[in-house]
Design a binder for this molecule. Structure first.
Ligand code: FAD
Length: 683
């Protein structure tokens, strides 16, 4: 087995796929920006890693030419990322001086290239603001991360987010996906949703060294897994399934959220947020500790009921959802597609922000380190889209309000651990009378959950399953070496599977013979993150303070939503933060009336866009780099727009301002930036 397979996906990508090569650094200053030019050039190499320092001069010309030629011939996503830093800071330095002429031209720096940071960038660009995203690592997506073992179909596992419930709480994710699906994207970034099976008939529970056959965890009863209960509790609890018990405990509270989410959430916070879920079950509902232990073991993970009632209710709000989806070819496509639309010139990788400073004129300067260099960049506003443990590592910053500092220090993050294991066959689909075609089996072993892929079901040849643990169950993996982690996972899987018969070819299963490669992600060991999971009282006492801006420094991320541990939460938080900065705006969504403009070519450089719009009581046109011809301001009723745009501007959005609280009304044309050429993109 290749040793690199044992490393975390992030380490694998650093070691094998790409290596930072610092080209140069030089100082540039403009009216609003003063910083060194940091260039990061990364290109594919083979396992050898090296760094070079060379000076700017004539090599830059050669580098630009090479990079342009190179990027125009490659569509592989690994290489498209290479293009990002090439245009990054240089572009920003050239443009920053132009940005102060109108409020629309504010420059906004975004720290963190997870989905929260990328979504903020897309929203702001749509509204006409200039943005630049700084990501501290060599890849985008943060906790959305697919690890590909190789280029063959379905040979990957989701080290981070893996599934999306088709429920109204996640509509922001599905709307974003529709938005991306309507955009022009390279074929290796197209997003297709496929069903994600939450359960499958062969899923089982393996507790106390024995298997409760073919039960998904929620149908398990204390009796079915020989769980010891005190005499007095047996009659009442031993034949009740985990699902029934959970519904009895949280059903009434879930109904409150269903009836009116905001009011329900406030009420739950007011009445129960200061209780741990365990306290709620034992002291408010009066359940015996043994029943609570059973429930926590089969449907949650060790010590998770120490979290607040509010957190556990929010965790279970989605699990009654019947249909779930995942992204074909990997969830990675979500951040990659977002980055493509943002434009690689507006993103810099390997740019870790380690300082934030308020300037006398109200703007915000951030210090960025990467490739042995530190630079300062100034923006009108900055969004910190990074988790609190990462924020806390930035010590070179002003002291914020006492409540904010307390929130950053205390918001609780739980550990998360996943390992993907690639085997020669998908034996889990071929064991016994019922097969595991998706869903998951639950154990009380260190691996805790065995999650079966919903992609490639029924394929012959190799397949990948993953093991998944959280909280205390995840902590135990962190101190182990990669080899020890692999051995532990295999030993646990062997305990469950070895000796069983593969019904397809009659062979006796031995996971040690079948293993091809492993890769893992201990999220608490990287970027200081797992997922936000609040302790008792934290929603009531920390949440609001954590969300508040500090002057022109704003905050976003999964932890600042009420929907922790979901992509939806990260996007919601981002949308709220951007709305806070620029006023109420629509979320990104599928095309609507605004997309009906007709585009015609007019000469080599110009696109002519025609649209008939009902402008209501006036026309307010933000003329960016195009020319607009209308019947004239003050016109009522239908007006024909003709907008001439240089071809490099990708598309446009007619933003309906009727609901704009600023009192403006009419139609505003906002250009949609992008990098993919002359075609007009319909949005
Ligand atoms: C194991 C696991 C399973 C999950 N399962 C699901 C699921 O099935 N469905 C679902 O919807 N959600 C799931 N989630 C949750 C979801 O992935 C997250 O809620 C979401 O991706 C968080 O996005 P974010 O942008 O807020 O934070 P992040 O993704 O953490 O992004 C923050 C980014 O900031 C960068 N950064 C940190 N510090 C700095 C710095 N100083 N300078 C520059 N950059 C910095 C980080 O490298 C990172 O890229 C899962 C998460 C994990 C870890």
């Amino acid at each position: 087995m290749d040793k690199t397979d044992l490393q975390s996906p992030m380490l694998v990508s650093q070691a094998v796929l790409i290596t930072p090569l610092e080209l140069s650094s030089a100082s540039i200053s403009t009216r609003s920006t003063s910083f060194s030019l940091l260039r990061t050039w990364r290109y594919p190499v083979y396992p050898v890693s090296f760094k070079l320092r060379i000076s700017l001069g004539p090599l830059l010309m050669f580098y630009r030419l090479f990079a342009l030629l190179y990027s125009s011939t490659k569509s592989d996503t690994k290489f498209t990322m290479v293009r990002a830093p090439f245009l990054g800071l240089n572009h920003l330095s050239m443009r920053a001086g132009d940005l102060q002429t109108s409020s629309r031209s504010l420059s906004i720096g975004i720290v963190g290239g997870g989905v929260a940071g990328l979504y903020a960038a897309l929203l702001l660009q749509r509204a006409g603001y200039r943005v630049h995203v700084f990501e501290g690592t060599d890849r985008l997506g943060g906790r959305v991360h697919t690890h590909y073992f190789n280029d063959e179909e379905n040979q990957y596992f989701e080290a981070g987010a893996m599934r999306i419930p088709n429920s109204s709480h996640h509509s922001i994710v599905f709307d974003l996906i529709k938005y991306l699906q309507c955009s022009k994207l390279p074929s290796d970034m197209q997003i297709d949703l496929i069903p994600y099976n939450l359960t499958s008939p062969g899923n089982f529970v393996y507790i106390n060294r024995s298997t409760a056959k073919f039960l998904d965890a929620s149908s398990t009863t204390p009796r079915s897994v020989n769980w010891s209960l005190p005499g007095g509790a047996k009659a009442k609890f031993q034949d009740r399934s985990a699902k029934e018990l959970m519904l009895e405990a949280v059903g009434p509270l879930l109904q409150k959220l269903d009836a009116n989410f905001n009011d329900g959430f406030k009420e739950i916070c007011r009445k129960f947020d200061h209780y741990s879920f365990r306290f709620y079950l034992t002291s408010i509902l009066g359940w015996p500790t043994e029943v609570v232990d059973f429930l926590e073991t089969v449907i949650s993970q060790t010590n998770q009921f120490a979290l607040s009632v509010t957190e556990i209710i929010m965790e279970f709000i989605d699990f009654s959802t019947k249909e779930w989806s995942t992204i074909a070819h990997g969830m990675n496509r979500l951040p990659l597609a977002m980055a493509h639309l943002i434009g690689y010139k507006n993103i810099t990788l390997n740019a870790r922000v380690n300082g934030v400073r308020n300037k006398d004129d109200g703007r915000v300067s951030i210090s960025i380190s990467g490739c042995d260099t530190t630079i300062d960049v100034t923006f009108d506003k900055v969004i910190m889209a990074i988790p609190p443990p990462a924020l806390r590592m930035i010590t070179n910053r002003p002291a914020w309000s006492e409540k904010k500092e307390l929130a950053i220090r205390s918001m609780h993050f739980e550990s998360l651990y996943k390992m993907g294991l690639r085997f020669k066959t998908r034996f889990w689909e071929r064991v016994g009378p019922a097969s595991c075609r998706g869903g998951q089996s639950t154990t009380d072993l260190p691996i805790r959950w065995i999650v079966y892929p919903s992609n490639g079901i029924g394929d012959d040849g190799p397949g990948v399953l993953l093991v998944y643990s959280w909280m205390t169950d995840a902590d135990v993996w962190v101190p182990l070496t990669p080899e020890e982690r692999r051995d532990l996972a295999l030993a646990n899987l062997a305990e469950v599977y070895n000796g069983k018969i593969d019904t397809k070819d009659g062979s006796v299963i031995n996971v040690y013979d079948l293993i091809l490669a492993t890769s893992d992600a201990a999220w608490s060991a990287r970027n200081c993150t797992g997922d936000a999971k609040f302790l008792p009282g934290q929603f009531s006492s920390r949440f609001e303070a954590a969300r508040q801006p500090e002057g022109n420094i704003y905050f976003a991320g999964e932890h600042l939503s009420r929907h922790h541990t979901w992509i939806a939460g990260a996007l919601e938080s981002s949308w709220e933060t951007v709305s806070n900065i620029i006023g109420p705006i629509p979320k990104l969504g599928p095309p609507d009336i605004r997309s009906s403009a007709k585009a015609e070519e007019e000469g080599e450089e110009v696109l002519k866009l025609k649209q008939r719009v009902d402008v209501g009581s006036g026309l307010d046109v933000a003329n960016w780099e195009g020319t607009i011809t209308t019947g004239g301001n003050g016109e009522r009723g239908k007006v024909d727009f003709v907008l001439r745009l240089p071809k490099q501007l990708l598309g446009f959005d007619l933003l309906d301002l009727d609901n704009d609280r600023s009192g403006r009304s009419g139609v505003e044309i906002v250009r949609i930036p992008g990098s993919q050429g002359a075609k007009v993109r319909r949005i």
